[in-house]
Design a protein around this ligand. Structure first.
Ligand code: CO
Length: 293
């Protein structure tokens, strides 16, 4: 009796699975069409676009024949670009367009630095497009530069290898991250910890989170630093790098540190302009592509 019930149940489950797969096959006979959507916060500074051109070239070389699209998550930047006649899609606009072009499998790669507000909003958007009627069968979101503990350790080593070669041991490296009120701000103190283990003259600060520029300044003074290289810890050397970090205004990091007797050497190069760092995002895209099926 027990066996018979079990057998019937199994048979029912099997029939259900078979019916579902038949329904799916009948409902969607389109051939597989893979695409890549690269999503950055965005920039309105033309020279800063070098970062995105570098990533774009790497992605196209790694996945020949697969169409690559772009979207920016920042509405302010998109609206500014539209006014300048250089409109770029939002993630939902880009995905809707790809859906209309019969893409069935899409890897969405976040080009953000940390999994903060922008990344989490993108995750919700991407998820919403999966399984829509006549939409994508599969969407996979690639993680930002820093996500797993392994990402952080790896990024620290890769970034350190890109620091200016002329820098002497008693000179500091100051990295300017964006920072956020989101919980993911914790990646910046984490970076400071790993860099500090490597070299006590490497400092991580943020524009909008913690550590702050005051924290960095206190560290520089404590170490008796007289010269510091200022580097953006952002994919592009955009507005924050050019104004908040290296600008001539009284409240820029350069001005604050110069007033404290520190000679500042700003390096206006976004992290995605360095091949070795751009490759870390590419590694995350490779994982996303492998998940598409
Ligand atoms: Co900002």
């Amino acid at each position: 009796m027990f066996h018979r019930t079990a057998r019937t149940t199994l048979l029912t489950i099997f029939c259900l699975i078979f019916q579902t797969s038949l329904l799916m096959a009948h409902g969607d006979t389109r051939p597989m069409k893979k695409g890549i959507l690269l999503v950055a916060f965005g920039t309105s500074i033309p020279e800063a676009e070098k970062s995105f051109k570098n990533i774009d070239a790497k992605v196209k070389a790694a996945f020949p024949g697969i169409p690559v699209r772009w979207a920016y998550t920042s509405k302010i930047i998109r609206h500014k670009l539209t006014r300048e006649g250089k409109a770029i899609a939002s993630p939902s606009e880009a995905l809707a367009q790809m859906m209309d072009e019969d893409f069935t499998h899409v890897a969405v790669q976040s080009l953000h630095t940390i999994p903060g507000k922008e990344y989490n909003a993108l995750k919700t958007t991407a998820k919403a497009f999966e399984g829509m009627p006549k939409g994508m069968r599969s969407i996979f979101l690639g993680t930002p530069l820093l996500y797993s503990p392994n990402d952080v350790e790896k990024a620290v080593n890769v970034m350190a290898a890109q620091f200016p070669k002329e820098r002497k041991a008693d000179e500091a490296i100051v990295l300017m991250g964006h920072g956020t009120p989101h919980a993911a701000n914790i990646y910046y103190p984490a970076l400071q910890y790993y860099f500090g283990q490597m070299d006590p003259n490497i400092f991580v600060g943020t524009v909008e989170g913690s550590p702050t520029v005051d924290d960095v300044l206190a560290g520089l003074k404590k170490r008796g630093i007289t010269k510091a290289y200022l580097l953006p810890l952002m994919s592009v050397a955009g507005d924050h790098a050019r104004n908040d970090m290296a600008g001539d205004e009284d409240d820029s990091w350069k001005s604050i540190m110069t007033r404290a007797g520190i000679t500042c050497v700003p390096v206006l190069k976004g992290t995605a302009e360095y091949d070795a760092i751009a490759n870390l995002w590419l590694d995350h895209l490779k994982i996303a592509m492998a998940h598409l099926q």
